[in-house]
Structures are given as C-alpha cells and as structure tokens.
Design a protein around this ligand. Structure first.
Ligand SMILES: Nc1nc2c(ncn2[C@@H]2O[C@H](COP(=O)(O)OP(=O)(O)OP(=O)(O)O)[C@@H](O)[C@H]2O)c(=O)[nH]1
Ligand SMILES: [Zn+2]
Length: 272
C-alpha cells in the first residue's frame, strides 16, 4: 500500500507505478518464507508514545532504528501532555536520543495542539504511525483527519498456511491535504536486517568500535577495546551501550533466520 500511480490526465488510464521512495517490509507470518510489504513511500513516521509509563527509551530506539533503516523522517510525538505534570521532561529525554531528532508534545484530542504536526501532513505527503496500544494513535488519526475519510481498502492475502485472509488497510485523507497510512502491520514489528538503522541511531558507539584493537572485538574484556575505554572515561553511557548490544544481537539472530529462510526458498525453487 502507498504506491503512486501515474495517470493519464486525459484518458485517466493508469500509465505506470512510480518507483518506490522507500518501503517498510517484514518477514511474512508463520512459516511463509516471503517478505510481506507493509507500506511504501512514507515520508514521515510518527513515533507515538505518551507522557506516562508508556515512555520507554529502549522502545523508542527500536522505532528509530526502523525509521533510519527504511529512510523515513522520524518525528517523536509525545501525547497526553494535558495529563502530565512534567511533559517537558519527557521531551528532553526524547531529544537526547539522537542529535537533531524532532520531538513534538501534543494533546492528541485537541486540534490546536495537533496542528504542530501540520507541516508533515500537507499535500503530497504521507505519514504513518508507530506506537503501542493506548498511546493515542487512533485519536491522532481522527484529529488529523478532520471529518472526511476515504479509501478503505480490503486486501486479500495468503497467510502462512496458504489460506486467503482479508485484512483492512486504510488510507486516511488528512485535513492538511496529505495522507495517513494506517496498516495493522506497522503497529508491531521485529528487528531484522536493520544494521544500517542501528549504525545510525548508535553512531557514536559504532564509530568507537572502529578503534578497537581487534576487528572481532566483542567489547567486553578484550585489551585495546575503545568502547570499554569510552565507558570508563564516561564518554558513553552504560545503559546505552547495553541497549545497543541487545539490539545488535537481536538483529543478528533474526537476520540469520531470515537468510536461512531465503536460502531454503532458493533450494526448494530449484527442485521445481
Ligand atoms: N487526555 C488525553 N487523552 C488522550 C490523548 N491521546 C489519547 N487519549 C486517550 O487515550 C485513550 C487511548 O487512545 P487511542 O487513540 O485509542 O490509542 P491507540 O494508540 O489508537 O490504541 P490502539 O488502538 O489500541 O493501538 C483514548 O481514551 C483517548 O481518548 C491525549 O493527548 N490526551
Ligand atoms: Zn571493543
């Protein structure tokens, strides 16, 4: 979903699908070895969390890794500022995740407050949402949409067991002229094949690893480890280092699994 179709202005015949600018995809569910395409041509990813116990640095970093990997502009949207005493504290913590990261504080129910997101929602722009349950994604959709909604699309897909299933994906026309893609697949995802994203979100740590004495340094007990050195002199934070190691390990495991799936698929393809 999200492809742009070039249409002949006179005949209204479709001419061609424009080349995708970017693409969110994930391994198909179950044993299916194919990749499931989730959304194409997203300009801005609203990473939604609220100014309460939902706010989690590790989770935000995962979402940022995904955004950087796919190449969309991430904007952290912190909702429920009307219920929080120290909303600014949450904003500060979010801004500290990456230099220059855009962070907006909103009351998702209030159109005036949500209008801070307007410059991502203008004509020709497409946004998508990512965030846990209850943070205000649907509320945000409704507020951004104003009144009209169109283009509810039922998509028939083959699930992991070869059955046809019907899923609903929605394109919402936004009051500002843009589009909001609401697809269930965007709401949860697995970290796999995202080493580029990880390297961007943790660029300070990744830069240090290049100075380690051993190319295969695990950054634990090796002599000449630049990461451990930075940790002891306080240049990097222990929590952040741990989160990087955890994400990188998870990505490595899932990437190997994906590669195995693909090679199995190639082999079974040859037999035919
Ligand atoms: N006061 C206040 N309430 C909010 C705000 N954003 C969302 N809510 C409320 O929080 C509840 C959950 O919001 P939803 O929009 O349903 O959350 P969601 O992220 O779509 O949740 P899922 O559909 O489960 O993924 C609703 O009762 C909203 O009215 C906000 O900024 N301020
Ligand atoms: Zn090292």
């Amino acid at each position: 979903m999200g492809d742009w179709l070039l249409i002949d202005p006179e005949t209204h015949e479709p001419l061609r699908i424009l080349e995708r600018m970017n693409l969110f995809k994930r391994p198909a569910p179950g044993d299916d070895r194919r990749t499931q395409l989730i959304a194409a041509n997203v300009d801005t990813l609203f990473i939604v969390t609220s100014c309460n116990q939902d706010f989690s640095v590790p989770r935000l970093e995962r979402y940022l890794v995904l955004a950087r990997e796919v190449g969309v502009r991430p904007v952290v949207v912190l909702t429920k500022i009307d219920l929080a005493e120290e909303a600014e504290e949450f904003a500060r913590a979010a801004r500290a995740l990456q230099p220059g990261l855009e962070v907006e504080l909103v009351n998702a129910r209030d159109p005036a407050s949500v209008s801070r997101l307007a410059d991502c929602c203008g004509p020709g722009q497409t946004v998508a949402l990512l965030g846990s349950s209850g943070v205000g994604k649907s509320t945000l959709v409704n507020t951004l949409r104003g009144s009209d909604t169109i283009a509810t699309q039922e998509v028939r897909e083959i699930d992991g067991k070869g059955r046809h299933t019907t899923t609903v994906r929605e394109m919402h026309r936004l009051a500002g002229g843009g589009w909001l893609m609401d697809t269930p697949g965007m709401r949860e995802f697995k970290i796999a094949e995202v080493d580029t994203g990880i390297a961007e979100v943790f660029d300070d740590i990744v830069a240090l690893t290049r100075d380690c004495r051993f190319a295969d340094c695990t950054h634990e007990t090796e002599p000449g480890c630049a990461v451990q050195a930075a940790l002891s002199d306080g240049t990097i934070d222990a929590g952040r280092l741990m989160r990087w190691q955890k994400l990188a390990a998870e990505d490595a495991i899932n990437t190997i699994a994906a590669a195995t799936r693909k090679s199995r698929m190639r082999k079974s393809g040859k037999k035919k």
